[in-house]
Design a protein around this ligand. Structure first.
Ligand SMILES: [Zn+2]
Length: 166
């Protein structure tokens, strides 16, 4: 498959196909050494950019090395990733024309404070590369925090009311 790396409007460099790709085709494998998630956390503690791909139950990550690590995220992608017998493949989810940039939805998770803002330009862009599930969980965590604050506020005002009635 003819894939080239060149500058991209989405982010830095991107991966483009020089040939048309059929829907469902295995485009390229996400290659790189397999390391433990904890090992990756130490290795990339101070790195701004990482190319880690969680596989299986997420304790193992592929430390991206090769063509696939240049494929950018899009909220309206033309590819997706598929784990087949322990290997990760980028597969086409629609017919892709020659010259198109390849993209898949990163569905990021476990990113702590990092915002991971998205600039893919798709009409349905969710403005972040985090997965829909991850966004939902974060929202829930925030609302749990704010309801705890509200409970605390209610208790304080109860006490204030008691003091007033004395
Ligand atoms: Zn987007």
């Amino acid at each position: 498959m003819g894939l080239i790396i060149r500058s991209s409007a989405i982010h830095a460099a991107g991966c483009y196909t020089t040939q048309p790709i059929a829907k469902g085709a295995l485009v390229v494998e996400y290659t790189g050494p397999r390391i433990h998630k904890d090992q990756a956390d130490i290795k990339y503690e101070n790195s701004f950019v990482t190319y880690l791909f969680g596989i299986g139950d997420g304790t193992t990550v592929i430390d991206g090395h090769g063509t696939a690590m240049f494929i950018n995220h899009s909220c309206n992608p033309n590819c997706e990733t598929e784990e087949i017998n322990g290997r990760v493949w980028i597969t086409a989810i629609r017919k892709i024309a020659a010259g198109e940039e390849l993209t898949y939805d990163y569905n990021l998770y476990d990113g702590e404070e990092d915002e991971a803002r998205c600039n893919c330009g798709a009409r349905e862009c969710r403005k972040t590369m985090y997965s829909v599930d991850e966004i939902r969980q974060r929202k829930r965590a925030v609302s749990r925090k704010s309801s705890a604050r509200k409970r605390k506020a209610a208790k304080t005002s109860e006490k204030a009311a008691r003091q007033r009635s004395r």
